[in-house]
Design a protein. Structure first.
Length: 140
């Protein structure tokens, strides 16, 4: 078995009190998720959401086992919203995202508008399947 060289990554962050940080977080997670975050009550950024948007990009190309596919240089590998710019992914803040309260951390599959639409389609298909199975059980 050949040994794979791990993909090197770079991590970047932006405060949600900055226009870029707020716009990027909204683009990645949606307005509902950003609106569910706590708001700063004092200081020069009063009224802005608390937290930082943190994202990880590939610095080298290669296969990423936890994503299940290969990435190219510059590919987004994941993003999360943390209390500070040093928050690890496992300690991300919670908020309302993809229809429920959960950790605001995700892979590219569920990020951006396409990811949210994909998730909504999956939920709708599952609900339709469950309703069909329920109807079959009741008919029998």
């Amino acid at each position: 078995m050949t040994r794979r060289t791990p993909v090197l990554t770079t991590t970047q962050s932006a405060d949600l009190s900055t226009p870029f940080g707020l716009e990027w977080a909204t683009k990645l997670f949606g307005e509902e998720a950003v609106a569910s975050l706590p708001i700063r009550t004092v200081g020069k950024n009063k009224g802005c959401p608390k937290g930082h948007i943190i994202w990880e990009k590939a610095a080298t190309a290669g296969y990423v086992p936890h994503l299940g596919h290969a990435v190219t240089v510059g590919s987004l590998m994941g993003a999360w919203i943390g209390g500070s710019n040093q928050t690890p992914r496992g300690a991300a803040m919670t908020g309302k995202w993809l229809g429920r309260v959960q950790t605001l951390a995700g892979s590219p599959y569920y990020l951006f508008e396409q990811g949210r639409a994909r998730h909504a389609a999956e939920v709708a298909a599952n609900e339709a399947r469950i309703a069909e199975e329920r109807a079959d059980r009741e008919a029998a």
